[in-house]
Design a protein around this ligand. Structure first.
Ligand SMILES: [Zn+2]
Length: 474
């Protein structure tokens, strides 16, 4: 077109030259008349299509240039251009017809000022326009960064050495992928439609409305469902044309709803190492070396430790899947072994008695006291209030008497002897229970008729009271 334009201009120049030559040869009147009626006009074409003629192409070009410079002020970094190609053909003619105003109006209608941009496409569909391809790539990079743990490096680790050097608690990003195919293409659009990088990131994250099925819960109303998904009643009905507003919904009924979902998911793969405790087992071993009711720790247990190498898939910042790829035991757990006694306790005493308290002193001996017989000894001043069976035997009585002995335990040693324990704060054996010498039967107290905390202890032989001091000593 431009080429043609130049040729035409040249031919116009030649015509002028010819006329000038004629003039100088004196064909005065006729030639002057002719020159006054020959004028230059510009035919205007939009994308190669003729739309009209103007007196001078500057009428159109000035308008376009002015529009571009106006926009350029606002969008200074952009590459602006008319949306359609405007070309001109200049011609000299006798009494040509032209209409500046009409053609300019046409141009205003037809030609907009646009910008050359990069369209960011997801699965072939444009979701954002950015000023440059670099800006579109940056938007995607920022989207990825947003869903990657900021503390871990973004550079992908494929280096096995770096994985080998991991300590518990370490993790590295091994891959970052997008769920959809992203591509770029050139596009010319109005500059107002171009997005900033952060706007494009937001669009990618927020995405578009996606349709899916909602299963109605018991008693759920149509209004509750549409509110939950931020749908207007009209939109809800458009999606569910078979329903009408008055319909009652049934449980498990399926209705269509839509909710915004991201255009692309950011899938981050991570590999890491963590430490885990291996809990130890507890084993109970029966032994006849211990009496029934007795137990002993034969081996202290302790937990073990293991290092676990794992991979993790994180979609849009949410952990979706963890896989264990290697487990290394660092420390084996140690089983706890507890011995449990099976040996029957001797229910018959051997006649050698043990001191029935933990230390202490005798505060009152057996004998006449306050005009009556004191049938045992009183022991007090202990640091540990445990009361012990004086010999093997069977508990023959556990009773309580408020006015006299308080909590009382009697043990029959099945060899003619019985021992009595008075004023206990609490009793830890039952009637009929087999106890062995030294075994705890209760706690020293001051129950019953007692002036202070002490144990009153008696020894009986074949029904008659004996002096305990002949049998026990501290
Ligand atoms: Zn007493």
């Amino acid at each position: 077109m431009r080429e043609l334009n130049t040729i035409r201009n040249r031919s116009v120049f030649m015509t002028k030259l010819a006329l000038a030559t004629l003039l100088s040869f004196g064909v005065m009147i006729g030639s002057v008349y002719a020159e006054e009626n020959i004028i230059t006009v510009s035919h205007v074409y939009v994308d190669g299509e003729y739309i009209g003629t103007v007196k001078d192409k500057s009428v159109i070009q000035d308008y376009i240039d002015r529009k571009i410079s106006e926009k350029q002020e606002k969008f200074e970094d952009y590459q602006l251009a008319p949306s359609k190609k405007v070309t001109y053909v200049t011609e000299q003619a006798f009494t040509p017809e032209y209409d500046n105003k009409k053609v300019l109006e046409e141009i205003k209608q037809e030609v907009a000022i646009e910008v050359k941009t990069t369209a960011l496409q997801v699965n072939g569909e444009t979701v954002a326009y950015l000023p440059t391809k670099k800006a579109a790539e940056t938007a995607l990079q920022e989207l990825k960064t947003e869903y990657t743990d900021k503390s871990t490096q973004i550079e992908l680790v494929s280096n096995t050495n770096e994985k080998k050097d991991m300590k518990p608690g370490d993790s590295v990003v091994t891959d970052i992928n997008l769920s959809e195919k992203v591509s770029y293409s050139e596009a010319r659009i109005k500059p107002e439609q171009v997005m900033k990088i952060e706007e494009a990131v937001e669009v990618l994250k927020t995405g578009d409305k996606e349709e899916f099925i909602h299963k109605v819960k018991e008693g759920e109303t149509l209004e509750e469902i549409s509110n939950f998904y931020n749908l207007s009643a009209e939109d809800f009905m458009l999606l569910n044309s078979t329903l009408s507003l008055g319909n009652k919904l049934e449980a498990d009924q399926e209705v269509k709803v839509e909710q915004k979902g991201p255009y692309v998911d950011v899938i981050v793969e991570k590999e890491g190492m963590r430490e885990e405790t291996i809990e130890h087992d507890k084993k109970v071993v029966e032994t006849d070396e211990l009496y029934i009711g007795e137990s002993e720790v034969k081996q202290e247990g302790s937990d073990g430790k293991k290092e676990i190498r794992y991979t993790k898939t994180i979609v849009n910042g949410e952990e979706k899947e963890t896989k264990i790829i290697e487990e290394t035991i660092i420390e084996d757990p140690v089983e706890e072994i507890i011995l449990k006694g099976t040996k029957q306790k001797p229910s018959r005493g051997d006649g050698s008695f043990v001191w029935p308290a933990v230390g202490g002193i005798i505060t009152s001996e057996m004998g006449q006291r306050w005009g009556r017989m004191h049938k045992g000894i009183d022991i007090s001043g202990v640091s540990d209030r445990t009361i012990k069976a004086a010999d093997n035997g069977v508990v023959s009585e556990v009773s309580y008497n408020d006015g006299e002995y308080g909590n009382r335990v009697v043990i029959d040693h099945n060899n003619g002897y019985e021992t009595y324990y008075f004023h206990l704060a609490s009793v830890s054996v039952e009637d009929g229970e087999v106890v062995k010498a030294g075994e705890k039967i209760g706690v020293m107290g001051s129950t019953g008729n007692s002036t202070g905390m002490h144990l009153h202890f008696e020894v009986h032989k074949n029904g008659s009271v004996k002096n305990p001091l002949n049998y026990v000593s501290n």
